[in-house]
Design a protein around this ligand. Structure first.
Ligand code: ADP
Ligand code: ZN
Ligand code: ZN
Length: 675
């Protein structure tokens, strides 16, 4: 057997990740030593015996063979949380393609000494006059029949050690959160620990407070507004067993629990669960792996499941549960209306508010009821559409819209097709081409002019950049300090305002033509979520969907709140185009300062991949990345589609192995993106 070497870190924390020491693995330990093992090694000038963790195993010596010391033996001690995290880092590195160093940095918290402010993080988020008031309310609700069925099934499966993940498809307000909390009760009672993933944007004061009211100091919270020290503290509380529920966005997955029993993933469909940096992992996949390897359970929930997750449920890989009714007494889903904005324009209304929406806004103002105006800005301004006929200018080969570059050329990011920006609409000849040019600030001005006396609050990046700005605005609206809340994506996620009886969705279809095969799915999800904000209380609500292409299936299905109809059509499109989840896709991005070299290398990779795997693979590109040049770095992308995920993983390894051997690789960066 070849000599093997173990890379070892002595002190497990993010800072020491940069200090990895290599040791030879002696013959008799070849079997036992693996990633995550705790070993004893001679360390320092005195060769004192220290405990260390194996983070990587290779057959290559990193420096002079003669100076490499040997692993002394296995350290005593059972499998710890850290062992699990190291194994997880290794798995992520292999699966998604990154260096071990990048993977370790992702899973290990930064160690920064801070004063004992441990519990303050949770407290400071929930300390508010409303907490005491809220806590006095009975925090345990008795579940309805739909909810109880899911919880009963869970208790049975959990106790038997059955590990098939759950997907709960429950309309907004159907009581998913109550179901999660009942599951958590059961898992805690068996002495196990829980991770609750909530997308950052929905991780608000309101949400955290609900968990705090129920579980008190057992929870710890991880969110991006915490300082590094505060984050470390939260992880440390989990490691010491002080807290047994970790609530947070993506990174809460890496809570150092040694008795993990349950991972809950709320709003499973959220794009934010996909990491942007290397390793580019998806939290759903990591959660699935983590649950499987730790003997735990995974429960996902959404009002609008991702096409990926739903197709797995259809295939029996997940167990599907549906919650079809609003749980709150007397609460019914909003009724929805679609307004055709082409007709508004045709009939002389050039305002961004349709006549129907204006009428409803006045009505709500008269009655003193609250409303939300939601501006859909995803994909905003990067593509061109016609305000007369509603058509976006699309690629003839790819069914995605073309992206505008320097206001002069339209380019397809999937195949490279490009044309000069036309002066008139290719479909109807109108001159009203262009992006929408309307931001939330503009809407606020127009609303103020049209409805004098209305009290308006605006929530967007400008108004929330201050620490706590986000919560302050939501709290003010919730207190009834304003009639109208205007905002982007961030107002539609997970907020519960019982006083809201009208939701206006402006430019609902603007996101249908983003250069991304998931754009219809995203639009559908946004619209359903936005409509779900209306009528959360006792009074019935209305959602008005303003669209330029109201006949599009994404808009129609959203207005009808018909997930099945959406899924059927969307899956048909994915199958036709071989997009995920019909196929798997590996996106490979090469970037570098040298434009020609970047192009050349991407071409070489394509040729090599086609030569070796061509017969079983669909290769598209290379094409420029959606944003081709960033900070003088050029980026090219190659897409590979295959039914079998494992083949794509093999291809990634094949590319990486050859890549590491080239000289040019030092001048370029390669990134992988699985979907
Ligand atoms: P979701 O997470 O699916 O949006 P929530 O769990 O937030 O739903 O529940 C929506 C509202 O209904 C909340 O105000 C919650 O307190 C209430 N609720 C949930 N379950 C019940 C129930 N069984 N009986 C009465 N009210 C409930
Ligand atoms: Zn037109
Ligand atoms: Zn194209």
């Amino acid at each position: 057997m070849a000599v093997r070497y173990a890379s070892i870190i002595i002190d497990i924390s993010h800072e020491s990740v940069d200090r990895i020491f290599q040791y030879r693995i002696p013959e008799q330990l070849q079997e036992e030593v693996r990633v995550g093992s705790q070993v004893r090694v001679p360390f320092g000038s005195g060769n004192r015996s220290r405990k260390g963790y194996v983070v990587e195993i290779t057959e290559k010596a990193a420096f002079d063979e003669a100076r490499i010391k040997e692993v002394a033996g296995l350290a005593k001690g059972s499998v710890t949380a850290d062992t699990r995290l190291l194994e997880l880092a290794w798995w992520m590195k292999e699966r998604y393609g990154s260096t071990m160093h990048q993977a370790l940095k992702t899973v290990l918290p930064v160690k920064r000494k801070v004063k004992a402010r441990n519990k303050q993080v949770v407290k400071s988020m929930v300390e508010d006059e409303r907490v005491r008031e809220e806590k006095r309310k009975e925090s345990v609700i008795s579940l309805n029949q739909e909810q109880q069925q899911v919880v009963d099934a869970f208790r049975g499966d959990f106790d038997r050690g059955e590990q098939t993940p759950y997907l709960i498809h429950g309309i907004t307000g159907s009581g998913k959160t109550e179901v999660y909390m009942a599951m958590i009760d059961h898992v805690l009672a068996s002495g196990r620990q829980v991770i609750v993933l909530i997308p950052e944007i929905a991780l608000t004061f309101q949400t955290v407070m609900r968990f705090y009211a129920r579980f008190g100091e057992k929870i710890c919270v991880m969110h991006s507004r915490l300082s590094e020290g505060e984050r470390y503290d939260q992880f440390d509380r989990a490691r010491r067993g002080e807290a047994s529920i970790m609530i947070g966005a993506r990174s809460a997955l890496f809570a150092p629990f040694d008795r993990l029993g349950l991972i809950i993933m709320d709003e499973e469909h959220e794009g934010a669960y996909r990491s942007e940096g290397a390793p580019r992992y998806h939290a759903r996949e990591v959660a699935e792996h983590l649950a499987r390897t730790s003997g735990g359970f995974l429960v996902m929930g959404s009002a609008t499941p991702s096409v990926e997750a739903y197709s797995k449920a259809e295939a029996g890989i997940y167990r599907l549960f549906c919650l079809k009714r609003r749980a709150g007494a007397g609460s019914v889903p909003a009724s929805t209306e679609i307004v055709d904005m082409r007709r508004e324009m045709g009939e002389g209304n050039k305002s961004i508010f349709s006549r129907r929406l204006q009428e409803l806004i006045r009505d709500r103002l008269d009655k003193g009821e609250q409303m939300m105006l939601f501006m859909n800005r995803r994909g905003y301004s990067s593509f061109v559409s016609c305000r007369s006929c509603g058509n976006a200018i699309k690629c003839p080969h790819c069914d995605v819209s073309l992206t505008l570059h320097n206001n002069r050329r339209l380019t397809c990011h999937y195949c490279g097709y490009t044309i000069p920006l036309p002066g008139t609409c290719p479909s109807c000849g109108s001159e009203y081409l262009a992006g929408f040019g309307v931001g939330t600030q503009k809407i606020e001005e127009m609303a103020a002019r049209m409805f004098p006396g209305a009290r308006i609050l605006r929530m967007d990046l400008d108004t929330t950049s201050r620490k706590g700005g986000h919560e302050a605005i939501l709290a003010a609206f919730s207190r009834g300090d304003a009639d109208i809340l205007i905002g982007t994506q961030m107002i539609v996620k997970g907020h519960d305002f019982p006083g809201v009886t009208l939701v206006g969705i402006l430019a609902a279809d603007v996101s249908l033509y983003a250069p991304d095969f998931r754009c219809v799915e995203r639009t559908f999800q946004l619209l359903v979520q936005a409509a779900g904000r209306a009528g959360r209380g006792q009074r019935p609500g209305i959602a008005v969907i303003q669209a330029y292409i109201p006949e599009h299936y994404g808009i129609q299905a959203a207005a009808a709140q018909d997930y099945a109809a959406f899924y059927r059509q969307e899956m048909g499109y994915r199958k036709l185009m071989h997009y995920p989840p019909a196929n798997h896709m590996l996106g490979l991005q090469v970037s570098g300062r040298d434009e020609e070299l970047t192009s050349h290398m991407t071409d070489l990779i394509r040729d090599s991949v086609v030569r070796h795997f061509g017969s079983c693979l669909e290769v598209i590109g290379p094409v420029p990345a959606p944003v081709y040049k960033v900070n003088d770095i050029y980026r090219k992308i190659l897409y590979m589609k295959q039914e079998n995920y494992d083949i794509l993983i093999r291809i990634r390894k094949y590319i990486q192995d050859r890549w590491d051997e080239t000289e040019d690789c030092k001048k370029l960066t390669v990134q992988y993106d699985f979907s």
